[in-house]
Write a protein that binds this ligand. Sequence first.
Ligand code: 13P
Ligand code: SF4
Length: 330
Amino acid sequence: MNKSDLENFGFLKIPLPKNINLAEEISKLKKEKNAVILGHFYIEDNLQDISDFVGDSLQLSQQAAKTNADIIVFLGVHFMAETAKILSPQKKVIIPDLKAGCSLADSCNAKDFKKFIDDNPGHTVISYVNTTAEIKALTDIIVTSSNAKEIVESLPLDEKIIFGPDKNLGNYINSITGRKMLLWDGACHVHKQFNLEAILRLKKENPDAKIIAHPECEKPVLIVSEHIGSTASLLKFTQKDNSKKYIVATESGILHQMKKASPDKIFIPAPGLDSTCGCNDCNFMKLNTIEKLYNCLKYELPEITVEENIRVKAEKSIKRMLEISEKLGL
Ligand code: 13P
Ligand code: SF4
C-alpha cells in the first residue's frame, strides 16, 4: 500500500496483524527506524509506560529540540507535535491521530488574533504554547505553564503585553506578577469544568487532603488551591510535600505518574460539574491508543507538516522561550 492509498483509505482502519504483542512490535519498529516516542502526562497509562520520555509541554519541546532520532512520534495533541516539527524541521514528526486537537488552541484563530494585535499596537505578544503554528508566527515569545511567570517577569515592568489565548492562565499570571496584560478570551474545556462547590465538599470529606490545580482552571478553583502549577510542577509538589492526600484539579492522566512516584499517597481527581461525564479526561489526548501508535510507527503516518514561512516565524517565538528558560535554569 502506498502513502496516498493509506491516506485515502484512512490508515487508522487498517486491521492489525493477529497475535502480535503490540508493545514488543512498537519497541522493535522504534529501534529499526531510530524513532523516539515523546508522551504527555495526559495520555493513557499504558502509553505513558511505552514512551521514551514523558513530560509537560516545556519538557517535551526541550526534548524535541535536542533529540538525535530520525522520527519523533508524538503522543499528545496536535499543537505539541507541531511544536516539535517547528523545532526539528529535518525530522519526520508523526502523531497517531490527526484529530487530536485542543479546545484551547481552537479558541484562538489567526485572523481574529491578528486583529486583536493590530487593534492594540505597541504590545509585546506572549502566547501560551497551546496554539497553532499560525498564532505562534504572530507571537514574540511563547510560554508554557512551567515558565509563564518567569518569562513575563523577565520583561521590563512598563512593557505592554498581550497574552493569549488562555484567559485563566493570563489572569493568574497578572495576579501573581502585578502586570496588567491584555488577555485573549480563550479557555480549555477540561479545566474550566472543575466545580468549586464540589471540590469544597470533597475537601470537607477529606480535610487532610491538599487541593492542587493547573493554572488553566478558573479563578475560584485556584483561590482554594494550595499549589498551582504545570503538570510537571504538580507532580514534583506531590513528591516533595509531606501530605498523604491530594485533590488534583487537572486532567486525570497525571495521576498515573503521581501514583508511580508516591505509591503510599492518595490522589483524588477533582470533581467537575457532572460527576458521570468523564469530563476530567481530555478527549483529544485520549484519542491516542496503542493500536494507532503501532500503525503510525509502521506506516510513518500521519505526518505533521508546517508551511515553511510560518515555521520560520513560529520557530523564533519558541526559541525565545527556550533561550530564556535555559538562562533562568527552568
Ligand atoms: P502542561 O504544560 O502543564 O503539561 O499543560 C499542557 C496542557 O495542555 C494543559 O492542559
Ligand atoms: Fe488542550 Fe485542554 Fe486537552 Fe490540554 S487538556 S490538550 S488545554 S483541550
